[in-house]
Structures are given as C-alpha cells and as structure tokens.
Design a protein around this ligand. Structure first.
Ligand SMILES: *Cc1c(COP(=O)(O)O)cnc(C)c1O
Length: 367
C-alpha cells in the first residue's frame, strides 16, 4: 500500500469571502468556525487506503446503519498549526499524533494509517486553507483528524471493514483571552473515566461521552473541571478534564515535577510528553509516579506541593487553584498561577511560535 496517495483536489467553488474570514479571525473563539476545505480518505479491507481528496468543507452523507452510529467505533486526534513571524506555518510534533492515532486504532480494532499519509493530509489541508491560519499571538489553526466505521451493518460481533478518515480545521483564539485564571477541580467519586483493560489510553469519542456526566457533577458543585480517579480504589489521581496532570514539588532551584505514570487508563498526552522532555533541560527533574488524593491534600497543606496544572494541546497548561470533593476542600499555594507552571508554558509556546529555538525537532514546517 502506498503512503504517497495522490490527492484529488476539488476546490471549494464558494469559499468564505475574505472580509468575512478576516472578521472571524479577529475573534475565532474555539471550535465554532471551520475553514473552506476538508480532507477525506477512504479505507476498505480489500483496497486499503484509497480515494484521498481535498474537498469543500461540508456535511458527510452516512448510511443510518453505519457502524459508528451504533457501536462508536471512532477515534480522533488534535493538534495545531502556528503562524511564525516570517509568515511560514508549522505544526507541532505531527508524527507523534500520527503514531498515537495508530495506537488508538489498534485498541479500537481499526486500521493503521501510514504516518506519512496522515501528515500529508494535514499539509494538503493547511496549505490550501493557509489564509485561515491566524497571525495574532496565541492564536492558531486547530486541526482535527478523525476516523470512523462506515460499514453498513448492525452485526455486533466484528469490527467494520470500511472506514472514513477526515481532517477538518478550525481557527482558535487565545485560550486565555481574559487572562490566566486557575481552575477549581472536583474529585469525582461517582464516575470514572477509564478502567484497566478499557479504552482510557485511546483517543476515542466514547471516553468523552462517558465523561460528560462527571463534568456536569463538577459544575453542579461549583467547579470548572473534574479530576478523574482510578476505577478500582477511587483514590489515585489520573487526569483532569481532558488534560494530563502535573504536580510541582518544592520550589526555586529545588523544584521537581511529578506526573501520574501511564498505567493504561491515562491518555498519553503529547504536551505531557513534551513537558517531561523540556523540564529536565531547564534543570527541573521529572518523575512519573503515583499520587493519591490524601497525599495531594497533605502535600498542599504541608507546603511540599507548590503548584498543580493540567496540560494539553488546547491550553498548553491550565493551573489548578483549588480542589473540592464530597468531604474535603483545599487550595494549592495561594490559589494563583504558579511561577514554574507559567515558565513551562512560555517555553513551550516559544518553541511553537518560533520565538525560541527547537533543539528537539518538534516543529514541522508546512509552508
Ligand atoms: C487529548 C487528551 C489529552 C491531552 O493530549 P495532548 O496530546 O497533550 O493534547 C489528555 N487527556 C485526554 C483524556 C485527552 O483526550
């Protein structure tokens, strides 16, 4: 099977007028506006990946018996394209997203997509819709590759034979348009996100569907996001919302980072992985370990834990200011964004926006 499929280019005959696009880019918000095109690539068990297209963004025609609509055989990725000062456009670690999509695919009994084809699809879309890549600082073009089962069959005993891979793109504004505000998080002991042997480490929509009730519970308790605890003891900290969690122990030159190890129930974030590589180069030791809610509370009360933040592509880092549970409540540090959290954010943002060197080879130039 060739990873250098030719794309059939079908330009949008009615692209968004430039003035309208400019108006959208002034204040794009998050995930509400989409560019003029999308990429679609089909898979069938007999032909492999075929029929790669760039086509006008628009509704997909699906048979009502498509397997995804019944059994949720779906997965997705998320990454951003950033405008550099010289006008060029880059993405951040796209091959890591491709590799993760293929790990998710194996768990969901879906086909692998060649990494080069995955990245080529991003390049075709971003270079066609280059005028949609924002140039305001902190803004970016969010890319959403996803794949789902299109086989028309209600039989439940086997994975589908046909799939559609799609990439869409959405201009996104500064996550912190109103300044960085630490979140208050809720320790859910009612709901779990993932169980051992389940799909927690796959980036699949079903994990999100299952998390909305927990998120609603957090909001009902006046919190912004839910902290996911392990499914067995409901004590070990795994993730926050749809981000990985990092704990700063100590401060100043003695500071170090602790993050829950990837046990199979956590999503292996690329931002998490980047922090684990970046921090030691800044003189901050990192450790992948375990932390439970009692240790978290005691660590904050003794002053050993100085900062806590969530990390993921959308926000890079999101400081946690306070924690609330059914029978407890505490603040982290003085409840304000921590110094080290902000420094790590600046460093990563600097690499992505091209204002800092990239010794890691994370930046992938598209145009
Ligand atoms: C996508 C995701 C993350 C963050 O991954 P990044 O690659 O850093 O964006 C963390 N947790 C969950 C549940 C996710 O879906």
């Amino acid at each position: 099977m060739s990873s250098t499929l030719d794309f059939d280019i079908r330009p949008n005959p009615r692209p968004t007028p430039a003035a309208e696009r400019e108006r959208i880019l002034e204040n794009p918000g998050w995930g509400q506006h989409f560019t003029d095109h999308m990429v679609t690539i089909r898979y069938s068990a007999d032909k492999g990946w075929h029929d790669a297209r760039l086509e006008p963004y628009g509704p997909l025609a699906l048979d009502p018996a498509s397997q995804v609509l019944h059994y949720s055989q779906e997965l997705f990725e998320g990454l951003k394209a950033y405008r550099q000062a010289d006008g060029s456009v880059v993405t951040f670690r796209p091959f890591s997203n491709a590799a993760r999509m293929n790990r998710s695919a194996r768990r969901m009994a879906m086909p692998d997509i060649p990494e080069e084809l995955f990245v080529r699809a991003l390049e075709v879309l971003v270079s066609t819709d280059r005028d949609w890549v924002p140039d305001q600082p902190g803004h970016s073009l969010y890319l959403r590759p996803f794949m789902f089962a299109t086989t028309r069959a209600l039989g439940v005993n086997q994975p589908a034979q046909e799939y559609l891979f799609v990439v869409i793109a959405s201009p996104s504004g500064n996550y912190y348009a109103r300044g960085i505000r630490p979140v208050t998080v809720w320790l859910s002991q009612t709901y779990t996100r993932a169980a051992p042997g389940g799909t927690g480490e796959a980036k699949t929509g079903g994990n999100y569907a299952a998390s909305f009730a927990g998120q609603a519970e957090a909001v009902a308790h006046g919190c912004d996001q839910v902290v996911w605890l392990d499914a067995v003891e409901h004590r070990w900290v795994e993730e926050v919302g749809s981000m990985n969690l990092m704990f700063v122990l100590g401060s100043g030159s003695g500071a170090r980072l602790l993050t829950p190890a990837l046990t199979g129930t956590l999503l292996p974030g690329i931002t998490r992985d980047s922090m684990l590589k970046l921090a030691p180069d800044l003189g901050i030791p990192v450790e992948e370990g375990k932390i439970n809610i009692d240790e978290w509370q005691a660590g904050c009360e003794s002053g050993e834990i100085t900062e806590v933040f969530g990390c993921g592509t959308a926000a890079i880092i999101s400081p946690v200011g306070a924690v609330r549970g059914a029978d407890r409540e505490w603040t982290i540090g003085n409840g304000e964004p921590g110094e080290l959290s902000m420094r790590l954010r600046e460093e990563l943002l600097g690499i992505q926006s091209g204002t800092r060197p990239d010794p890691y080879g994370w930046i992938h130039r598209i145009i």
